[in-house]
Design a protein around this ligand. Structure first.
Ligand SMILES: CC(C)(COP(=O)(O)OP(=O)(O)OC[C@H]1O[C@@H](n2cnc3c(N)ncnc32)[C@H](O)[C@@H]1OP(=O)(O)O)[C@@H](O)C(=O)NCCC(=O)NCCS
Length: 184
């Protein structure tokens, strides 16, 4: 995906671009600012060296089966910072389906960035010819559950007691998610 400047719903401008290998330190800085609650929601628990592990994972993904997008500060605002990241990985047993994960820097939540990252990664998934995107969400992660519902995800199967699996069929994205993709 080419680098693109976009406006969030409250008017703030950011850059959306594909992740790069040289993003590892910037990703680590973003993940290091995650609140314990957000780490819990992202990993379903605590993780040793959460920031280092997540940064390495995203910066060195397999482009054949994975896509990751990052939101960054505008050029000229040095040093460049990563504000959020979204990632999909194709299911090795069902290559027409990918699983998403997402993290917005904890101090930047609720400004529309997560929603925008989700609509963009769904568009990427569709452009790759995928049919569906899934995700596992803890039952008390109301922000993510609400966003998933608004984006047309349906609850598919319960993953144990604490999480649900959600799935959206890309041919059935709601019109407003399509509209978000056309706006900037
Ligand atoms: C879940 C998470 C990604 C949400 O990110 P965010 O940037 O805070 O989310 P947004 O601000 O885009 O969306 C929040 C709200 O705006 C809504 N929204 C945002 N933009 C919108 C738009 N253009 N149109 C309609 N609704 C919109 C969302 O549905 C949601 O509803 P609310 O306003 O009633 O709260 C963030 O909380 C996070 O990183 N959590 C920790 C990690 C995690 O839970 N990941 C999920 C499991 S992998």
């Amino acid at each position: 995906m080419p680098d693109r400047e976009i406006a969030l719903r409250e008017g703030a401008h950011i850059i959306l671009r594909s992740v790069r290998r040289d993003d590892e330190a910037r990703l680590r800085a973003m993940f290091a600012q995650a609140s314990p609650e957000d780490i819990h929601y992202r990993c379903f628990g605590a993780m040793h060296d959460f920031a280092g592990h997540m940064a390495k994972r995203l910066a060195h993904l397999d482009p054949k089966t994975e896509v990751a997008l990052v939101a960054t500060t505008l050029p000229g605002q040095t040093p460049e910072e990563i504000l959020g990241a979204v990632h999909i990985v194709q299911d090795p047993n069902a290559l027409d389906t990918a699983e998403f994960d997402i993290m917005v820097r904890s101090d930047l939540k609720q400004h529309g960035l997560g929603y925008r990252l989700m609509t963009e990664i769904l568009q990427c998934a569709r452009q790759r010819g995928l049919e569906a995107v899934t995700g596992d969400i803890l039952r008390d992660n109301f922000a993510m559950l609400q966003m998933a519902q608004e984006l047309g995800f349906k609850t598919e199967i319960a993953e144990g007691a604490d999480a649900v699996r959600v799935k959206v069929t890309l041919a059935e994205l709601p019109a407003f998610a399509e509209a978000e993709l056309r706006s900037s």
